[in-house]
Ligand binder design. Structure first.
Ligand code: GLU
Length: 407
């Protein structure tokens, strides 16, 4: 939360917004903390902490993912909900920002336990979610199965099907084509544009990706299609270099549940991956990967933040002074929530788009945001992170000003 607040403070100062705006923008609007009981398969009952934070509803219903991770707490959930607020405003989606989560290690849950936990968490936050109120989506530790259970739990309680209550659903339940790969596709588009602006030909440019999950894997696939060379990938346990193609290493990973030991590859640690001599580094795992301790040895010319908040302020300052171009999280990984928005629109209209329509619309919304950030950074002589925050924060501040204060 300290990092997110510091970024907001800076944006408020750079925009010369009045103190009243700082007061409203720095305060989360609604916080719900719930106890989530889980009956384990062996009959034991355990209690888990769950959260849903609606940071802002100024520009529309709040929007943001649900994270299942043992380290999640209220402070981090608020920070991530704040980031969602600026992300949705930066990309001009008609949403506020939210985030939710349960402090649980999903690896320890059976499928049936995961379902029970998801359904109970959903029923605990039920009074404050809904297609016009707050729309959850997948995040770290959750996927389309969890969204199907959330949609079903909400719908059973409503008495009719409400697909628009969550996004990132399976296609047959009202999901959108292209949503699964959307965050990674957006990361790839942002990478391509950052390379071009730096005068580097994307064809043959080298990339290291930390994280081989929903974001990292799909970014790797899209970047390879664009002609870049993915030279290293990792999961929580470590990474590998020396594989021939993303498909080859993915097949090994799927079959063995680990990257290490893939034929013909060399193992590296997650830290070594950050320090590889590549054109592009993509942190696509958890927060705080790039810190005071790790930033100074980064050799990549461009860092594209696939994860949310992967860089600490100290790490950011070091990269900036070393001339590394950082594409900030709220821009780089916004492809996910952009296609979530398309899914919500399709659910509202009961009219479903082609994959090409999804791709074209994602590209045009993201390209507009990239160009706006680039122009703002050049005009105000600030970093891309500062420019992205200035754009997002100013739009929320303006909407708040126009709505006025009630009563
Ligand atoms: N969890 C994703 C994010 O952090 C997607 C959120 C959404 O689609 O609502 O942007």
């Amino acid at each position: 939360m300290a990092t997110a607040l510091a970024q907001l403070r800076r944006a408020v100062e750079q925009l010369e917004l009045p103190e009243n705006d700082w007061n409203t923008l720095s305060t989360p609007r609604r916080i719900l903390e719930v106890a989530v009981p889980l009956r384990r398969d062996d009959g034991r009952v355990e209690m888990y902490k769950g959260y849903r934070v609606q940071y802002s509803t100024t520009r529309g219903p709040s929007k943001g993912g649900v994270r299942f991770h043992q380290d999640i707490d209220l402070d981090e959930t608020i920070a991530l909900a704040m980031l969602m607020t600026w992300k949705c405003a930066l990309t001009n989606l008609p949403y506020g920002g939210a985030k939710g989560g349960v402090a649980v290690d999903v690896q320890t849950l059976s499928l049936a336990e995961n379902e029970r936990l998801t359904r109970r968490y959903t029923s605990e936050i039920l009074p404050i979610i809904g297609p016009e109120r707050d729309i959850p989506a997948p995040d770290v530790g959750t996927d389309e199965r969890n969204m199907a259970w959330m949609m079903d739990t909400y719908s059973v309680n409503a008495g009719f099907s409400v697909p628009g209550v969550v996004t990132g659903k399976p296609i047959v339940l009202g999901g959108s084509l292209g949503r699964t790969s959307a965050t990674g596709d957006g990361v790839a588009i942002a990478t391509r544009e950052a390379l071009k602006l730096r005068g580097i030909d994307p064809e043959g440019a080298t990339v290291a990706i930390q994280g081989f999950g929903k974001v990292g894997y799909w970014a790797a696939v899209a970047l390879e299609k664009m002609g870049l060379k993915v030279v290293a990938v990792s999961d929580v346990y470590g990474g590998v270099t020396g594989f021939n193609s993303v498909a080859e290493i993915w097949d090994y990973y799927r079959a063995n549940g680990t990257l290490s030991g893939a034929p013909g590859t060399d193992s590296i640690t997650n830290q070594e991956l950050l320090w590889l001599d590549v054109d592009v580094l993509i942190p696509a795992a958890l927060a705080d990967a790039i810190t005071k301790a790790t930033a100074s040895q980064i050799k990549a010319r461009i860092v594209v933040e696939g994860a949310n908040a992967p860089t600490t302020p100290e790490g950011d300052a070091i990269m900036n002074s070393n001339g590394i171009q950082v594409v900030p999280d709220i821009l780089a990984n916004s492809g996910g929530v952009i296609v979530s928005y398309f899914e919500w629109v399709q659910d509202k209209q009961n009219y479903f788009w082609s994959a090409q329509d999804v791709r074209d619309n994602l590209n045009s919304i993201l390209m507009k945001a990239i160009i706006e950030v680039e122009e703002m950074a050049a005009f105000k002589k600030v970093t891309w992170r500062e420019a992205a925050h200035m754009l997002g924060v100013s739009r929320v501040a303006e909407a708040h000003r126009l709505r006025g204060l009630y009563p």
